[in-house]
Design a protein around this ligand. Structure first.
Ligand code: PLP
Length: 498
Protein backbone atom coordinates (compact mmCIF):
# COMPACT_ATOMS: atom_id res chain seq x y z
CA UNK A 1 0.00 0.00 0.00
CA UNK A 2 1.25 3.51 -0.76
CA UNK A 3 1.96 5.93 2.02
CA UNK A 4 -1.10 7.94 0.96
CA UNK A 5 -3.34 4.85 0.94
CA UNK A 6 -2.17 3.92 4.38
CA UNK A 7 -2.87 7.44 5.60
CA UNK A 8 -6.46 7.27 4.29
CA UNK A 9 -7.05 3.92 5.93
CA UNK A 10 -5.71 5.44 9.08
CA UNK A 11 -8.16 8.33 8.99
CA UNK A 12 -11.12 6.15 7.91
CA UNK A 13 -10.49 3.52 10.55
CA UNK A 14 -10.56 6.33 13.10
CA UNK A 15 -7.39 5.00 14.74
CA UNK A 16 -5.70 7.58 16.92
CA UNK A 17 -2.07 8.48 16.28
CA UNK A 18 -1.44 8.61 19.98
CA UNK A 19 -2.01 5.74 22.35
CA UNK A 20 -4.83 6.85 24.63
CA UNK A 21 -5.22 5.98 28.30
CA UNK A 22 -7.60 3.09 27.60
CA UNK A 23 -5.17 1.44 25.22
CA UNK A 24 -2.28 2.21 27.55
CA UNK A 25 -4.03 0.31 30.35
CA UNK A 26 -4.42 -2.75 28.11
CA UNK A 27 -0.95 -2.57 26.59
CA UNK A 28 0.58 -1.85 29.97
CA UNK A 29 -0.89 -5.04 31.41
CA UNK A 30 0.39 -6.98 28.39
CA UNK A 31 3.86 -5.48 28.83
CA UNK A 32 3.93 -6.33 32.54
CA UNK A 33 3.00 -9.92 31.59
CA UNK A 34 5.75 -9.99 28.99
CA UNK A 35 8.29 -8.73 31.53
CA UNK A 36 7.16 -11.20 34.21
CA UNK A 37 7.43 -14.06 31.67
CA UNK A 38 10.85 -12.83 30.58
CA UNK A 39 12.21 -12.80 34.12
CA UNK A 40 10.50 -16.05 35.16
CA UNK A 41 11.81 -17.95 32.15
CA UNK A 42 15.11 -16.16 31.64
CA UNK A 43 17.23 -19.22 32.37
CA UNK A 44 15.78 -20.95 29.29
CA UNK A 45 17.37 -18.25 27.12
CA UNK A 46 21.00 -18.53 26.05
CA UNK A 47 22.83 -16.17 28.38
CA UNK A 48 25.16 -14.71 25.75
CA UNK A 49 23.94 -13.94 22.22
CA UNK A 50 25.22 -15.52 19.00
CA UNK A 51 25.00 -12.40 16.86
CA UNK A 52 27.82 -10.76 14.94
CA UNK A 53 28.57 -7.00 14.97
CA UNK A 54 26.09 -5.15 12.76
CA UNK A 55 23.43 -7.86 13.13
CA UNK A 56 20.63 -5.41 13.87
CA UNK A 57 20.86 -2.94 11.00
CA UNK A 58 19.59 -5.44 8.46
CA UNK A 59 16.59 -6.38 10.60
CA UNK A 60 14.93 -2.96 10.63
CA UNK A 61 14.34 -0.28 7.97
CA UNK A 62 17.04 2.28 7.34
CA UNK A 63 14.69 5.18 8.12
CA UNK A 64 11.99 5.84 10.69
CA UNK A 65 8.50 5.09 9.32
CA UNK A 66 6.66 8.04 7.73
CA UNK A 67 3.32 6.67 8.91
CA UNK A 68 2.84 5.09 12.31
CA UNK A 69 3.47 1.37 12.82
CA UNK A 70 0.94 -0.50 14.95
CA UNK A 71 1.79 -1.39 18.51
CA UNK A 72 1.40 -5.09 17.64
CA UNK A 73 4.08 -4.72 14.99
CA UNK A 74 6.42 -3.06 17.47
CA UNK A 75 5.89 -5.79 20.05
CA UNK A 76 6.47 -8.54 17.49
CA UNK A 77 9.88 -7.05 16.78
CA UNK A 78 11.02 -7.38 20.40
CA UNK A 79 11.62 -11.11 19.93
CA UNK A 80 12.72 -10.80 16.30
CA UNK A 81 15.09 -7.84 16.55
CA UNK A 82 16.03 -7.16 20.16
CA UNK A 83 16.16 -10.39 22.12
CA UNK A 84 18.58 -12.19 19.77
CA UNK A 85 21.13 -9.49 20.60
CA UNK A 86 20.58 -9.27 24.35
CA UNK A 87 23.14 -10.46 26.88
CA UNK A 88 20.90 -11.64 29.70
CA UNK A 89 22.47 -10.01 32.74
CA UNK A 90 19.67 -11.30 34.96
CA UNK A 91 20.08 -14.93 33.94
CA UNK A 92 21.31 -17.17 36.76
CA UNK A 93 23.97 -18.32 34.29
CA UNK A 94 25.48 -14.83 34.07
CA UNK A 95 28.65 -14.61 36.20
CA UNK A 96 30.52 -11.82 34.40
CA UNK A 97 31.68 -8.35 35.54
CA UNK A 98 29.73 -7.44 38.70
CA UNK A 99 25.97 -7.73 39.14
CA UNK A 100 23.52 -5.16 37.91
CA UNK A 101 20.52 -4.99 40.17
CA UNK A 102 16.96 -5.90 39.27
CA UNK A 103 13.77 -6.26 41.26
CA UNK A 104 10.08 -5.93 40.51
CA UNK A 105 9.49 -3.09 43.02
CA UNK A 106 12.28 -1.08 41.37
CA UNK A 107 10.80 -1.70 37.91
CA UNK A 108 7.39 -0.48 39.08
CA UNK A 109 8.94 2.60 40.66
CA UNK A 110 10.79 3.28 37.41
CA UNK A 111 7.46 3.21 35.55
CA UNK A 112 6.06 5.77 37.94
CA UNK A 113 9.19 7.91 37.63
CA UNK A 114 8.81 7.81 33.85
CA UNK A 115 5.17 8.81 34.13
CA UNK A 116 5.79 11.73 36.46
CA UNK A 117 8.64 12.66 34.13
CA UNK A 118 9.84 15.65 36.11
CA UNK A 119 13.30 17.14 35.77
CA UNK A 120 14.40 17.78 39.33
CA UNK A 121 17.34 20.13 38.92
CA UNK A 122 16.15 22.37 41.75
CA UNK A 123 13.87 22.01 44.74
CA UNK A 124 11.25 24.12 43.00
CA UNK A 125 11.45 22.07 39.78
CA UNK A 126 9.78 19.23 41.70
CA UNK A 127 9.99 19.34 45.49
CA UNK A 128 9.15 15.64 45.99
CA UNK A 129 11.96 14.61 43.66
CA UNK A 130 14.54 16.53 45.70
CA UNK A 131 13.18 15.85 49.15
CA UNK A 132 12.68 12.10 48.71
CA UNK A 133 16.25 11.84 47.40
CA UNK A 134 17.69 13.62 50.42
CA UNK A 135 15.73 11.44 52.82
CA UNK A 136 16.51 8.19 50.95
CA UNK A 137 20.22 9.03 51.04
CA UNK A 138 19.85 9.55 54.79
CA UNK A 139 18.01 6.22 55.16
CA UNK A 140 20.71 4.42 53.22
CA UNK A 141 23.51 6.30 55.00
CA UNK A 142 22.05 5.14 58.31
CA UNK A 143 21.75 1.55 57.01
CA UNK A 144 25.49 1.72 56.32
CA UNK A 145 26.14 3.35 59.67
CA UNK A 146 27.93 6.25 57.98
CA UNK A 147 29.36 8.89 60.31
CA UNK A 148 26.85 11.59 61.24
CA UNK A 149 28.78 14.13 59.11
CA UNK A 150 27.48 12.46 55.94
CA UNK A 151 23.83 12.61 56.96
CA UNK A 152 21.84 15.66 55.82
CA UNK A 153 19.01 15.59 58.39
CA UNK A 154 17.44 19.03 58.67
CA UNK A 155 20.58 20.96 59.48
CA UNK A 156 23.58 18.81 58.47
CA UNK A 157 26.48 20.23 56.51
CA UNK A 158 26.83 17.03 54.48
CA UNK A 159 24.40 14.72 52.73
CA UNK A 160 23.86 12.45 49.77
CA UNK A 161 22.99 12.65 46.10
CA UNK A 162 22.18 10.12 43.38
CA UNK A 163 24.68 10.20 40.54
CA UNK A 164 24.25 8.24 37.33
CA UNK A 165 27.32 6.09 37.90
CA UNK A 166 30.36 5.55 40.09
CA UNK A 167 32.42 7.12 37.29
CA UNK A 168 30.40 10.33 37.68
CA UNK A 169 30.95 10.33 41.44
CA UNK A 170 34.72 9.87 41.08
CA UNK A 171 34.90 12.71 38.58
CA UNK A 172 32.68 15.06 40.59
CA UNK A 173 34.83 14.43 43.68
CA UNK A 174 38.05 15.04 41.72
CA UNK A 175 36.75 18.31 40.27
CA UNK A 176 35.60 19.47 43.70
CA UNK A 177 38.99 18.54 45.18
CA UNK A 178 40.74 20.52 42.44
CA UNK A 179 38.61 23.60 43.10
CA UNK A 180 39.05 23.35 46.86
CA UNK A 181 42.83 23.04 46.60
CA UNK A 182 43.13 25.95 44.15
CA UNK A 183 41.03 28.16 46.43
CA UNK A 184 43.08 27.19 49.50
CA UNK A 185 46.35 28.03 47.79
CA UNK A 186 45.05 31.28 46.33
CA UNK A 187 43.87 32.34 49.77
CA UNK A 188 47.45 31.93 51.05
CA UNK A 189 49.30 33.07 47.92
CA UNK A 190 47.00 35.45 46.02
CA UNK A 191 49.71 36.36 43.50
CA UNK A 192 50.05 32.84 42.20
CA UNK A 193 48.32 32.06 38.92
CA UNK A 194 45.53 29.51 38.88
CA UNK A 195 47.00 27.84 35.79
CA UNK A 196 50.34 27.39 37.58
CA UNK A 197 48.65 25.80 40.61
CA UNK A 198 46.54 23.45 38.47
CA UNK A 199 49.62 22.30 36.58
CA UNK A 200 51.15 21.06 39.86
CA UNK A 201 48.16 19.16 41.27
CA UNK A 202 48.43 15.41 41.57
CA UNK A 203 45.89 12.67 42.27
CA UNK A 204 46.44 9.08 43.42
CA UNK A 205 44.70 5.77 43.21
CA UNK A 206 45.46 2.08 43.45
CA UNK A 207 47.07 0.20 40.57
CA UNK A 208 43.94 -1.99 40.86
CA UNK A 209 41.45 0.91 40.62
CA UNK A 210 38.73 0.94 37.99
CA UNK A 211 39.68 2.62 34.71
CA UNK A 212 37.08 5.32 35.41
CA UNK A 213 39.44 6.76 38.04
CA UNK A 214 42.29 7.26 35.58
CA UNK A 215 39.72 8.69 33.19
CA UNK A 216 38.54 11.19 35.81
CA UNK A 217 42.14 12.42 35.98
CA UNK A 218 42.23 12.75 32.19
CA UNK A 219 38.95 14.65 32.04
CA UNK A 220 39.82 16.80 35.04
CA UNK A 221 43.35 17.50 33.75
CA UNK A 222 45.02 16.20 36.90
CA UNK A 223 47.96 13.83 36.70
CA UNK A 224 47.00 10.51 38.26
CA UNK A 225 49.60 8.31 39.92
CA UNK A 226 49.05 4.65 40.67
CA UNK A 227 50.05 3.52 44.13
CA UNK A 228 51.45 -0.03 44.04
CA UNK A 229 49.40 -2.60 45.95
CA UNK A 230 50.49 -5.35 48.34
CA UNK A 231 50.17 -9.13 47.85
CA UNK A 232 46.43 -8.85 48.61
CA UNK A 233 46.01 -6.23 45.86
CA UNK A 234 45.34 -3.48 48.42
CA UNK A 235 47.00 -0.08 48.98
CA UNK A 236 48.81 0.29 52.33
CA UNK A 237 49.78 3.48 54.10
CA UNK A 238 53.52 3.01 53.69
CA UNK A 239 53.46 2.77 49.90
CA UNK A 240 51.17 5.78 49.73
CA UNK A 241 53.36 7.86 52.02
CA UNK A 242 56.45 7.09 49.90
CA UNK A 243 54.89 8.23 46.65
CA UNK A 244 53.49 11.42 48.21
CA UNK A 245 56.92 12.36 49.60
CA UNK A 246 58.47 11.80 46.18
CA UNK A 247 55.92 14.12 44.59
CA UNK A 248 56.21 16.84 47.21
CA UNK A 249 59.98 16.81 46.76
CA UNK A 250 59.39 17.30 43.04
CA UNK A 251 57.26 20.40 43.75
CA UNK A 252 53.90 18.77 43.09
CA UNK A 253 50.77 19.32 45.18
CA UNK A 254 49.00 16.15 46.42
CA UNK A 255 45.30 16.91 46.03
CA UNK A 256 43.08 13.85 45.67
CA UNK A 257 43.13 10.18 46.56
CA UNK A 258 40.54 7.71 45.32
CA UNK A 259 40.53 4.62 47.53
CA UNK A 260 38.78 1.47 46.35
CA UNK A 261 36.76 -0.82 48.58
CA UNK A 262 36.10 -3.88 46.45
CA UNK A 263 38.35 -3.56 43.39
CA UNK A 264 37.00 -4.65 40.04
CA UNK A 265 39.56 -7.38 39.32
CA UNK A 266 39.51 -9.19 42.69
CA UNK A 267 37.32 -7.30 45.21
CA UNK A 268 40.31 -6.18 47.29
CA UNK A 269 40.03 -3.49 49.96
CA UNK A 270 42.46 -0.59 50.35
CA UNK A 271 43.45 0.03 53.98
CA UNK A 272 41.55 3.25 54.50
CA UNK A 273 42.25 3.34 58.24
CA UNK A 274 45.92 3.84 57.27
CA UNK A 275 45.31 5.97 54.19
CA UNK A 276 42.67 8.32 55.59
CA UNK A 277 44.89 9.93 58.25
CA UNK A 278 47.57 10.53 55.60
CA UNK A 279 45.06 12.30 53.35
CA UNK A 280 43.80 14.38 56.28
CA UNK A 281 47.34 15.34 57.35
CA UNK A 282 48.23 16.33 53.77
CA UNK A 283 44.97 18.24 53.36
CA UNK A 284 44.04 16.03 50.40
CA UNK A 285 40.53 15.00 49.41
CA UNK A 286 39.84 11.31 50.04
CA UNK A 287 37.10 9.77 47.92
CA UNK A 288 36.05 6.16 48.42
CA UNK A 289 34.83 4.14 45.44
CA UNK A 290 32.95 1.09 46.72
CA UNK A 291 30.87 0.66 43.54
CA UNK A 292 30.15 -3.04 44.07
CA UNK A 293 31.09 -3.83 47.66
CA UNK A 294 29.26 -0.88 49.21
CA UNK A 295 25.91 -2.68 49.33
CA UNK A 296 27.37 -5.34 51.63
CA UNK A 297 28.11 -2.74 54.32
CA UNK A 298 24.43 -2.82 55.35
CA UNK A 299 25.29 -6.18 57.01
CA UNK A 300 26.99 -5.71 60.39
CA UNK A 301 29.43 -8.53 59.63
CA UNK A 302 30.74 -6.71 56.52
CA UNK A 303 30.58 -3.17 57.94
CA UNK A 304 34.15 -3.33 59.35
CA UNK A 305 35.34 -3.23 55.72
CA UNK A 306 34.16 0.40 55.71
CA UNK A 307 36.02 1.39 58.88
CA UNK A 308 38.04 4.49 58.08
CA UNK A 309 35.22 6.17 56.13
CA UNK A 310 35.29 8.82 58.85
CA UNK A 311 38.49 10.18 57.23
CA UNK A 312 36.86 10.52 53.79
CA UNK A 313 35.48 13.64 52.16
CA UNK A 314 33.20 11.64 49.88
CA UNK A 315 31.97 8.08 49.57
CA UNK A 316 30.12 6.36 46.75
CA UNK A 317 28.63 3.00 45.85
CA UNK A 318 26.11 1.63 43.39
CA UNK A 319 22.80 0.33 44.75
CA UNK A 320 22.24 -0.40 41.06
CA UNK A 321 24.86 -3.10 41.33
CA UNK A 322 23.91 -5.14 44.36
CA UNK A 323 21.02 -3.57 46.26
CA UNK A 324 18.07 -4.52 44.06
CA UNK A 325 17.61 -0.98 42.67
CA UNK A 326 17.64 -1.14 38.88
CA UNK A 327 20.15 0.97 36.95
CA UNK A 328 20.77 3.86 37.33
CA UNK A 329 21.30 4.69 40.98
CA UNK A 330 24.79 5.49 42.23
CA UNK A 331 24.74 7.01 45.70
CA UNK A 332 27.34 9.54 46.79
CA UNK A 333 27.74 11.24 50.14
CA UNK A 334 29.87 14.26 51.05
CA UNK A 335 30.83 15.60 54.45
CA UNK A 336 30.60 19.22 53.37
CA UNK A 337 28.06 20.03 50.72
CA UNK A 338 29.73 23.42 50.41
CA UNK A 339 32.70 21.67 48.77
CA UNK A 340 30.51 20.65 45.83
CA UNK A 341 28.39 23.75 45.68
CA UNK A 342 31.54 25.87 45.96
CA UNK A 343 32.99 24.07 42.96
CA UNK A 344 30.01 23.86 40.61
CA UNK A 345 27.42 26.49 41.45
CA UNK A 346 26.00 28.45 38.52
CA UNK A 347 22.86 30.49 39.02
CA UNK A 348 21.26 31.99 35.92
CA UNK A 349 18.05 33.91 36.59
CA UNK A 350 15.80 31.28 34.96
CA UNK A 351 16.86 28.65 37.51
CA UNK A 352 16.46 30.79 40.63
CA UNK A 353 13.54 30.29 42.99
CA UNK A 354 12.13 31.76 46.21
CA UNK A 355 13.29 29.03 48.55
CA UNK A 356 16.98 28.96 47.68
CA UNK A 357 19.50 28.91 50.47
CA UNK A 358 16.81 28.24 53.08
CA UNK A 359 19.06 25.59 54.59
CA UNK A 360 16.25 23.04 54.45
CA UNK A 361 16.35 22.33 50.77
CA UNK A 362 18.86 21.29 48.21
CA UNK A 363 19.29 22.23 44.58
CA UNK A 364 20.89 19.07 43.28
CA UNK A 365 22.01 20.69 40.05
CA UNK A 366 24.99 22.04 42.00
CA UNK A 367 26.02 18.52 43.02
CA UNK A 368 26.47 16.98 39.58
CA UNK A 369 27.69 17.64 36.05
CA UNK A 370 24.43 17.74 34.05
CA UNK A 371 21.62 20.11 34.88
CA UNK A 372 18.70 17.71 34.49
CA UNK A 373 17.95 14.70 36.65
CA UNK A 374 15.31 11.96 36.88
CA UNK A 375 13.18 11.00 39.87
CA UNK A 376 15.42 8.04 40.77
CA UNK A 377 14.85 7.99 44.52
CA UNK A 378 11.40 6.45 43.95
CA UNK A 379 13.21 3.20 43.14
CA UNK A 380 15.05 3.31 46.45
CA UNK A 381 11.86 4.11 48.35
CA UNK A 382 9.93 1.19 46.84
CA UNK A 383 12.80 -1.27 47.29
CA UNK A 384 13.74 -0.27 50.85
CA UNK A 385 10.13 -0.41 51.99
CA UNK A 386 9.22 -3.66 50.25
CA UNK A 387 12.33 -5.63 51.24
CA UNK A 388 13.08 -3.95 54.54
CA UNK A 389 16.67 -3.80 55.78
CA UNK A 390 16.43 -7.46 56.80
CA UNK A 391 15.33 -8.56 53.33
CA UNK A 392 18.22 -6.65 51.76
CA UNK A 393 20.71 -8.12 54.22
CA UNK A 394 19.39 -11.65 53.47
CA UNK A 395 19.88 -11.00 49.78
CA UNK A 396 23.52 -9.92 50.20
CA UNK A 397 24.24 -12.87 52.50
CA UNK A 398 22.73 -15.33 50.03
CA UNK A 399 25.10 -14.12 47.29
CA UNK A 400 28.11 -14.31 49.60
CA UNK A 401 27.09 -17.85 50.63
CA UNK A 402 26.88 -18.90 46.98
CA UNK A 403 30.33 -17.45 46.29
CA UNK A 404 31.73 -19.35 49.28
CA UNK A 405 30.12 -22.57 47.93
CA UNK A 406 31.76 -21.99 44.58
CA UNK A 407 35.09 -21.27 46.27
CA UNK A 408 34.99 -24.60 48.10
CA UNK A 409 34.13 -26.45 44.87
CA UNK A 410 37.24 -24.89 43.28
CA UNK A 411 39.41 -25.67 46.30
CA UNK A 412 38.28 -29.29 46.23
CA UNK A 413 39.54 -29.77 42.69
CA UNK A 414 43.35 -30.09 42.73
CA UNK A 415 43.61 -28.93 39.11
CA UNK A 416 42.47 -25.43 40.13
CA UNK A 417 43.58 -22.67 42.48
CA UNK A 418 41.95 -19.64 44.11
CA UNK A 419 43.71 -16.42 43.12
CA UNK A 420 42.45 -13.89 45.71
CA UNK A 421 40.66 -13.84 49.06
CA UNK A 422 36.93 -14.36 48.67
CA UNK A 423 35.30 -11.75 50.87
CA UNK A 424 31.99 -11.12 49.10
CA UNK A 425 30.30 -12.46 45.96
CA UNK A 426 33.32 -12.69 43.64
CA UNK A 427 35.60 -15.71 43.21
CA UNK A 428 38.87 -15.34 41.27
CA UNK A 429 40.20 -18.73 40.18
CA UNK A 430 42.34 -20.41 37.56
CA UNK A 431 43.69 -23.73 36.38
CA UNK A 432 47.14 -24.33 37.81
CA UNK A 433 49.29 -23.69 34.76
CA UNK A 434 50.04 -21.12 32.14
CA UNK A 435 48.12 -18.01 31.18
CA UNK A 436 47.55 -19.55 27.73
CA UNK A 437 45.86 -22.55 29.32
CA UNK A 438 43.50 -20.31 31.26
CA UNK A 439 42.81 -18.13 28.24
CA UNK A 440 41.88 -21.28 26.33
CA UNK A 441 39.59 -22.39 29.16
CA UNK A 442 37.78 -19.06 29.22
CA UNK A 443 37.40 -19.19 25.45
CA UNK A 444 35.83 -22.64 25.70
CA UNK A 445 33.48 -21.49 28.45
CA UNK A 446 32.27 -18.41 26.64
CA UNK A 447 31.94 -20.07 23.26
CA UNK A 448 29.82 -22.87 24.74
CA UNK A 449 27.40 -20.05 25.74
CA UNK A 450 25.95 -21.92 28.75
CA UNK A 451 27.42 -19.52 31.26
CA UNK A 452 29.19 -16.19 30.85
CA UNK A 453 32.40 -15.09 32.61
CA UNK A 454 35.06 -12.41 32.12
CA UNK A 455 38.75 -12.53 33.07
CA UNK A 456 41.16 -10.27 34.92
CA UNK A 457 44.92 -9.94 35.38
CA UNK A 458 46.31 -10.40 38.88
CA UNK A 459 50.06 -10.03 39.42
CA UNK A 460 50.71 -10.92 35.79
CA UNK A 461 48.48 -13.99 35.77
CA UNK A 462 45.36 -14.53 33.69
CA UNK A 463 42.51 -15.24 36.07
CA UNK A 464 38.84 -16.14 35.62
CA UNK A 465 36.28 -14.15 37.62
CA UNK A 466 33.10 -15.84 38.83
CA UNK A 467 30.73 -13.18 40.21
CA UNK A 468 27.34 -14.12 41.63
CA UNK A 469 25.12 -11.73 39.72
CA UNK A 470 21.44 -12.53 39.20
CA UNK A 471 18.80 -12.13 41.90
CA UNK A 472 17.48 -15.59 41.08
CA UNK A 473 20.79 -17.49 41.21
CA UNK A 474 20.47 -20.62 43.35
CA UNK A 475 22.93 -23.25 44.50
CA UNK A 476 21.82 -25.60 41.71
CA UNK A 477 22.87 -23.03 39.09
CA UNK A 478 26.28 -22.58 40.69
CA UNK A 479 26.75 -26.37 40.90
CA UNK A 480 25.75 -26.72 37.27
CA UNK A 481 28.17 -23.95 36.28
CA UNK A 482 31.02 -25.58 38.19
CA UNK A 483 30.26 -29.00 36.68
CA UNK A 484 30.31 -27.43 33.22
CA UNK A 485 33.63 -25.63 33.88
CA UNK A 486 35.11 -28.90 35.20
CA UNK A 487 34.06 -30.80 32.05
CA UNK A 488 35.52 -28.18 29.74
CA UNK A 489 38.74 -28.18 31.76
CA UNK A 490 38.97 -31.99 31.43
CA UNK A 491 38.53 -31.78 27.66
CA UNK A 492 41.16 -29.06 27.43
CA UNK A 493 43.70 -30.88 29.59
CA UNK A 494 43.13 -34.09 27.64
CA UNK A 495 43.69 -32.28 24.34
CA UNK A 496 46.87 -30.77 25.76
CA UNK A 497 48.25 -34.18 26.65
CA UNK A 498 47.74 -35.48 23.07
N1 PLP B 1 34.48 1.39 40.36
C1 PLP B 1 34.51 0.08 40.55
C2 PLP B 1 35.31 -0.48 41.71
C3 PLP B 1 33.81 -0.79 39.70
O1 PLP B 1 33.86 -2.10 39.89
C4 PLP B 1 33.07 -0.23 38.62
C5 PLP B 1 32.33 -1.09 37.70
O2 PLP B 1 32.22 -2.27 37.85
C6 PLP B 1 33.08 1.16 38.46
C7 PLP B 1 33.79 1.94 39.33
C8 PLP B 1 32.34 1.82 37.36
O3 PLP B 1 31.00 1.90 37.71
P1 PLP B 1 29.96 2.76 36.88
O4 PLP B 1 29.59 1.93 35.71
O5 PLP B 1 28.81 2.96 37.82
O6 PLP B 1 30.61 4.03 36.50
Amino acid sequence: MTGCGRYLLFICSGAAVEMDATEFRRRGREMVDYIADYIENIEKRQVYPDVEPGYLRGLIPQEAPEDPDSYDDVVKDIERVIMPGVTHWHSPYFYAYFPTASSFPAMLADMLSGAIGCIGFSWAASPACTELETVMLDWLGKMLNLPEDFIAGTSGKGGGVIQGSASDATLVALLAARRRKVQQILAEQPDRSEADIISKLVAYTSDQAHSSVERAGLIGSMRMRNVPTDEKFAVRGEAFRRIIEEDKNAGLIPTYFCATLGTTPSCAFDHITELGPICNAENMWMHIDAAYAGSSFICPEFRPLLNGVEFADSFNFNPHKWLLVNFDCSTMWVKRRSDLIGAFKMDPLYLKHDHEESGLITDYRHWQIPLSRRFRSLKMWFVFRMYGVKGLQDYIRQHVRLAKEFESMVRNDPRFEISADVKLGLVCFRLKGSNELNEALLKQINSARRIHLVPCQLAGTFVLRFAICARTTELRHVQEAWHHIGELASELLLKQRH
